[in-house]
Design a protein around this ligand. Sequence first.
Ligand code: NI
Length: 403
Amino acid sequence: MLLTVSKRVDFSASRRLFSPRLSLQENRSLFGQESTARHGTGRNYVAWFVFSGQPDATTGMLINISEIKERAGSVIDRGYDHRFLNEDNPAFSSVAPTSENIARQLLADVAPLFRDNAAQLTAVHLRETPERSATAYASGTTEANYWFEFSAARRTRSPRLSDAENQNLFGVSVHEHGHNYRARLTLKNEHASPEPLAANMRIISVLDSVRKQLDHKNLSRDVEALRDRPTTTESLARFLLECCRAELSTLARVRLHERDDFFAEAWGDGRMLLGMRESFSAAHRLQVASFSSEQNVELFGKCNNPRGHGHRYLTEATITGEYDRATGALFSFDQMRKAIDDALNPWRDKHLDLETPEFGSRPSTGENIVRALWPKLDAALQQQLVRLRLWETDNNRFTLRRS
Ligand code: NI
């Protein structure tokens, strides 16, 4: 199992997508209109710093999350926040401040500050708008994400099943209904080149043409290319991957959100994933029984309040499985929902330390909560769980992956 702890740090900056090594015309064809913004244009950035390692058995922590905020925050304050990146940060004097390059530079700036730490910075994820984000990994790989939206109607059914079988499998979803879909394309760059993976403008035009095929259509009726396919979210994610892969050779995977809390992913290597989110509210107190009260306050700060505090936790369970071409499904939506509810219900509206068996003798840190949840969920999901995420707040995320 691989455990990561991620901390979110926000900053605002201006930037110009422009490489001084290229001509005006080349910049224009690579970055579009924005390359002409000679005084920069603005973004409210969200950076996630992702650490991996082994949690301490006594404290239940992989890393003290407030240290991430302090050390990464000081790097951001010095060179990123409220700056014109091209002129105020020397890293971007010769390299365009694309999402990928900013993520890579943050990784390079922040990783050395944790060399003495048991947990190591393994990735930086940077979101610049709801449509664009990037991840830089310590391995050298960089990923660029492009999001787009479309609204469409559908009846969830497979043309390879009878009406009764469809009804049985998809329930009320066989009736005409609609979604505001959100799709994410992930392009992978293995060589850490500072140049864009492909011209921004070309990627956006590929996305536009795919979107036009689907937006404000009835997917069960109006789209010729979908006629013989199931209209499940899994099937649509595969369709998007097939459509875009011909045009974008570095496309690694496509995620399609049918709702905020439900998505399917189709990978270039044939893998498929299904993810579901669910929240629960609970109280807790971070405390190590064998430590003095001074030690506990020193370690956990206000999280050690003797009367407790609480969170509305958000979980995200992601499973893998065999895609069934007849049904177009990877796993039953209802079964997945039930497995998650059954695992979370005993914790709802409880004080985790005082009222649940899992945290009687170990601190209810985010690390320990995902580790306690994993076996319960995995058993109910037929050992198909591959990733489990827990947001304690919008700023603190804990992830367990099957290694
Ligand atoms: Ni807390």
